[in-house]
Write a protein that binds this ligand. Structure first.
Ligand code: ADP
Ligand code: MG
Length: 399
């Protein structure tokens, strides 16, 4: 699948498709800047014959200068392979790689000028921080004074200037990862690739590093970043656009907000966060609003564009986020009678599983704020606000 599957139109506006034949389209195409990064129909196959694994299948992506794109997907979905193809560590079996329009498919990694940060820090253990950061500059034969200035600059960007004389083993995991980021920044790359840079850190540190990475992204507005993660909250926090991947293929790509509020596929709806996916039959559709039936219930939901995609009588799914389901007393106007089947306190919210009368045989998850004291078996009133649900194409498997 290619990038045409967007719902905001933002990608399309930046990337007129080759089929645009009118003059306006051609004019627009000629004035648009070449994408900073472009992966064109990349295939990566490991091994041969029966034992072959397709790590990437027909994978296309264009990223404009200064944009931050997150590659999000489960383990083994091809995220790291996509970055390695860009960095030059993996030669694609098919397809082309371009930087600002230039074909670099056959260029060795060191000549690409791309900064790379990986999960495992990969610092040289016997070298002090400053020498680790200077490594890429020495390889480029930069003069000593310039190198020192660059190293200080890069260390300052990650708040590590005070640690220049330490050895990696004298640093915490978070500090080591900052040094690894400084090392990647020292060459002033146009493109920075980060492959699960926070995965080795504990939860609390990850949170503060996300904030720091946001600061770094904002401090480097012209640097194009690709950020690999399997953590949807990191992707939502950092990325202008999110690419959802599965089994080597691009499933969906769009802004984080669009993918969250109007997930184009069942997989993306579930992978991007908790999702109740309720099977429904589409009823009357008017504009962006549809009336649907789920069991004996009727719901008014959002029908994402394009118009005409949802036909009356067709089967679809409605995605309802758990935090949109409110829990009131039974009998309150506008609520549906429901039985509490499980209660899990998660700190800031409690997740209740509800069996709602008249809905198909499926539990609906509701996140209520704080610690809920509902007991299992309690009868409550569940409220799903109008337009809280959004129609999702039922095609494709669930995660
Ligand atoms: P992710 O980063 O999303 O976890 P990867 O890109 O590392 O996924 O891997 C995608 C698929 O390719 C996986 O099935 C993985 O086992 C396979 N793969 C990756 N590298 C190799 C390799 N060198 N040899 C064989 N298979 C590989
Ligand atoms: Mg990986």
């Amino acid at each position: 699948m290619t990038e045409s599957r967007t719902s905001t139109g933002r990608t399309d506006a930046r990337e007129p498709d080759g089929g645009a034949s009118d003059d306006a389209g051609r004019l627009q195409q000629s004035v648009i800047e070449q994408p900073a990064v472009s992966l064109e129909r990349i295939g990566v196959r490991h091994g041969r014959g029966k034992n072959a694994t397709d790590a990437l299948v027909d994978f296309s992506l264009r990223v404009v200068r200064g944009e931050t794109v997150a590659l999000l997907g489960p383990s083994g979905s091809g995220k790291s392979t996509a970055l390695k193809v860009l960095a030059g560590f993996v030669r694609p079996t098919s397809g082309r790689v371009r930087l600002s329009g230039r074909d670099i498919t056959d260029l060795p990694p060191a000549k690409r000028g791309i900064g790379v940060v990986v999960q495992s820090y990969a610092l040289f253990p016997h070298m002090r921080v400053r020498d680790n950061v200077a490594y890429g500059l020495k390889a480029r034969r930069m003069r000593k004074a310039d190198t020192a200035a660059r190293v200080s600059e890069a260390l300052s960007m990650v708040s590590m200037a005070a640690y220049a004389d330490r050895l990696p083993r004298e640093l915490s995991g978070g500090q080591q990862q900052r040094v690894a980021i400084a090392r990647a920044l020292a060459i002033r790359p146009d493109v920075l690739l980060l492959d699960e840079p926070l995965a080795a850190l504990d939860a609390q540190l990850r949170q503060s590093m996300v904030t720091e990475l946001q600061g770094l992204r904002d401090a480097l507005p012209d640097t194009t970043m690709l950020y690999v993660t399997h953590d949807q909250s990191e992707a939502l926090a950092l990325a202008d656009r999110v690419v959802v991947m599965r089994e080597g293929r691009l499933v969906d790509v769009d802004t984080a907000q669009a993918l969250w509020t109007r997930p184009p596929s069942r997989f993306t709806a579930s992978f991007l966060g908790g999702a109740n996916l309720v099977p429904v039959t589409v009823g009357r559709v008017s504009g962006r609003i549809a009336l649907v039936s789920a069991g004996e219930r009727m719901l008014t939901v959002v029908a994402p564009e394009p118009a005409g995609r949802w036909t009356p009588g067709a089967s679809a799914l409605v995605c309802i986020r758990p935090h949109d389901v409110a829990v009131r007393d039974v009998g309150v106007t506008g609520t549906m009678r429901a039985v509490v089947r499980s209660v899990v306190w998660r700190g800031s919210v409690t997740r209740l599983s509800l069996a709602i009368d008249g809905l198909p045989d499926q539990l609906i998850e509701a996140d209520v704020p704080g610690r809920s004291d509902h007991a299992i078996g309690t009868v409550v009133g569940a409220h799903v606000p109008e337009h809280a649900g959004v129609l999702v194409d039922p095609a494709g498997e669930a995660p």
